[in-house]
Write a protein of this length. Structure first.
Length: 331
């Protein structure tokens, strides 16, 4: 079985192709990088419209197949930016209609989880999902990926990018902030906001921007990371103690941060669990994760009509994960 997947939730238009043995046959992507400011959804969608067909062709060429060899087409339904989601959905519907292929709509957040489980060969981890728009602590329970804690305002990646933009660091700011933080020598107290099992970053952002007026920017970067990552670790630790999982999986674009990994590893090992980090290649948004999750869903009998709408606010815990018990998609 072969599935082609399309990712288009934000700045990346990605096309991935996978087979039922978990082999990644193709991974092609293009990213919208604004010259200044944050992502403008319509500009990103326009880039996707202009280059989408080219990325699909490149993926098919890389896999050395054509659409006749594809068994199903998957696309990211949400959550994400409306104009971008619609562009990816249009491409997916066109391919499904033209080549008479089943269509599968995928939850973007769940796709991050499933690609992490695939490449790290995990079965049932506690998932710490940290990206630009999302910050969630997730575990599979009673047939759904349940959220044991999440941000109440902005995502961790959004925090880093927004602060970076405020101090003149271009998008994506995360990697540059990580390097800058290594030069920091002084910890500056900043708001630490954990509310039960949820957390909030907007107050931290405001305080960090103001702190740059009085303190060295490297010290602020260091302090910002320490506070934000510690907040995530506290919420994750609470969920780990409750679920008693033996594995912790770190996914999403922010997962690449080495200091974050160090903090999460200490937390996990303190509860007898092992930490696993999705490789950077699949931490960022990509079509492979959509293709693999689509394959799992299609193998479990899930398909959708061409008229299936996008869902910009599609939550992780709204999906029945009926494929979770199937270790072999061909079974």
């Amino acid at each position: 079985m072969i599935v082609l997947g399309i990712e288009s939730t934000a700045h990346t238009f990605g096309v991935g192709i996978v087979d039922s043995k978990g082999h990644i046959l193709a991974d092609q992507r293009i990213q919208h990088r604004p010259k200044e400011g944050g992502i403008r959804p319509r500009d990103a969608a326009q880039m996707m419209s202009e280059h989408g067909a080219e990325i699909v062709k490149r993926a098919l060429d890389e896999a050395n197949i054509n659409m006749k060899d594809v068994d199903a087409v998957a696309f990211a339904m949400g959550p994400g930016l409306g104009p971008c989601l619609r562009t990816g959905a249009i491409v997916a519907r066109f391919l499904a209609k033209k080549y008479n292929k089943p269509l599968v709509g995928v939850n973007h957040c769940i796709a991050h989880i499933e690609i992490g489980k695939l490449v790290q060969q995990l079965q049932d981890p506690l998932v710490v999902y940290l990206s630009g728009a999302n910050t969630q602590i997730i575990a599979l329970a009673n047939g759904r990926y349940r959220i044991f804690g999440e941000t109440l305002d902005i995502g961790l990646g959004n925090l880093l990018d927004s602060w970076g933009r405020a101090v003149g660091i271009p998008f994506p700011a995360g990697p540059k902030i990580e390097e800058l933080a290594k030069k920091g020598k002084k910890f500056i107290p900043l708001p630490y906001t954990v509310k039960g099992s949820d957390l909030a970053f907007s107050g931290l952002y405001t305080a960090a921007v103001r702190a740059t007026e009085k303190h060295d920017i490297a010290d602020v970067a260091y302090s910002l990371q320490e506070v934000a990552f510690s907040m995530v670790a506290e919420v994750a630790e609470r969920a780990l103690a409750h679920t008693e999982k033996e594995e912790v999986l770190l996914v999403g674009g922010v997962a690449a941060n080495k200091r974050l990994q160090e903090i999460m590893r200490i937390m996990a090992e303190g509860h007898g669990a092992s930490l696993h980090v999705v490789p950077m290649k699949y931490a960022a948004d990509n079509g492979v994760m959509i293709a693999w999750t689509g394959l799992l869903m299609y193998s479990a009998g899930i398909t959708m009509p061409l008229s299936t709408p996008i869902n910009p606010k599609f939550r992780t815990d709204q999906v029945d994960v009926i494929w979770a018990d199937s270790e072999n998609p061909d079974a």
